[in-house]
Design a protein around this ligand. Structure first.
Ligand code: IPM
Ligand code: MN
Length: 352
């Protein structure tokens, strides 16, 4: 029987609770579709850091490279200054494992309430390809004369052609494979960020014209993208963008698909090990209450199986999720689902 080795990082806050339900559903899918998942747990997160003073052990990154995939809960602890765990665990893993794509579907499931008036599942169904290895999030910069009136802080958005090209290539290929509207939109800011987005835009059109004549190319400034994601989400098929804009617009996208309870993403290294996670945070105030919505983790599990090549199992999970959003859950918000965290996991797991 085919066995996949999965590293599990439950992380902080409600991370462990949602990961528990994600694994429940993954195991049900594995049993049904005849494969095995073997899990190895890692305790990286705020608690470990507070106890040991260590964010990530030296061996961690190389150990994680050996797995078929990584399944992550959430990183972020109220007792730890913002930035330490986020940069030290989440961003470090993304960068060092060279997970250069952050794939974030924005898909409204049936029965889910969206704040977008007059829009339904027909209109809200697109995917954001966020560049995940470069840009302003990599920490290029510094502070000098700290604490003085002359203090200077610099944080630079740096991209090289290689990073831009490999992200664009993934996005073009993905758009072709998705085969929906065959439209790839570049989201940038060419009117102000005239260096970095000049590079992105030139690379986008060069590659598109040369290798992807079947894919329609569109360009939107990031501010306009936000507007159209609200007003006309049906315009979008696949959006490709840089690291920071991708971070920002996917939170907007998430709320249009029902919020952080459902939004999932994959940090993908097409040539290496990829990591799947709910895109929301650790929601510490709900920790241990059995009220958090585990669907984002469950959907991240489905994305992981898709990535591993278990397409049938992946779509069975998604179908089961859709069934319960359509017919069971009252809301996707923590504490308002009409079911507990574990009950939602049971419902999805029994749905196929
Ligand atoms: C996300 C998060 C992270 C990011 C933070 C926690 C580092 O907001 O996954 O979108 O900015 O990428
Ligand atoms: Mn974010």
């Amino acid at each position: 029987m085919k066995t996949y080795n999965i590293a599990v990082i439950p992380g902080d806050g409600t991370g462990p609770e949602v990961v528990h339900e994600g694994i429940k559903v993954l195991d049900a899918a594995a049993a049904k579709f005849n494969f095995k998942l073997s899990y190895t747990n890692y305790d990286f997160g705020g608690e470990r850091y507070l106890k040991t003073g260590e964010v990530l052990p030296e061996s961690a990154v190389n150990e994680l490279r050996q797995f078929d995939a990584i399944f992550l809960g959430a990183i972020g602890h109220p007792g730890v200054k913002p930035g330490i765990l986020e940069k030290g665990i989440l961003l470090r893993l993304r960068f060092e494992l060279d997970q250069y794509i952050n794939l974030r579907p924005v898909k409204l499931y049936p029965g889910v309430e969206t704040p977008l008036k007059g829009k339904g599942p027909e209109q809200i169904d697109y995917v954001v390809v966020r560049e995940n290895s470069g840009g302003i999030y990599t920490g290029t910069g510094g502070i000098s004369m700290k604490g003085t009136p002359n203090e200077v802080a610099v944080q630079s958005a740096v991209y090289n052609r290689f990073q831009v090209d490999r992200c664009l290539q993934y996005a073009f290929e993905f758009t072709r494979k998705r085969n929906k509207r065959k439209t790839l939109a570049l989201c940038g800011k060419t009117n102000v960020l005239t260096y970095v987005f000049d590079l992105w835009e030139r690379a986008f059109h060069e590659m598109g014209a040369k290798n992807y004549p079947d894919i329609k190319r569109e360009y939107y400034h990031v501010d306009a993208t936000c507007m159209w994601m609200v007003k006309n989400p049906e315009w979008f098929d696949v959006i490709v963008t840089d690291n920071m804009f991708g971070d920002i617009i996917t939170d907007l996208g998430a709320i249009t698909q029902g919020g952080m309870g459902i939004a999932a993403g994959g940090n993908i290294n097409p040539e290496g090990v990829s990591m799947f996670e709910p895109i929301g945070g650790s929601a510490p105030k709900y920790t241990g209450m059995n009220v958090i919505n585990p669907l984002a983790s469950i959907c991240a599990g489905s994305m992981m199986l898709q990535h591993l090549g278990e397409e049938n199992a992946a779509s069975a999970i998604e179908k089961s999720v859709m069934e319960i959003t359509a017919h069971k859950l009252k809301s996707l918000s923590a504490g308002k689902m009409g079911y507990s965290t574990t009950e939602v996991g049971d419902l999805v797991a029994k749905g196929f």
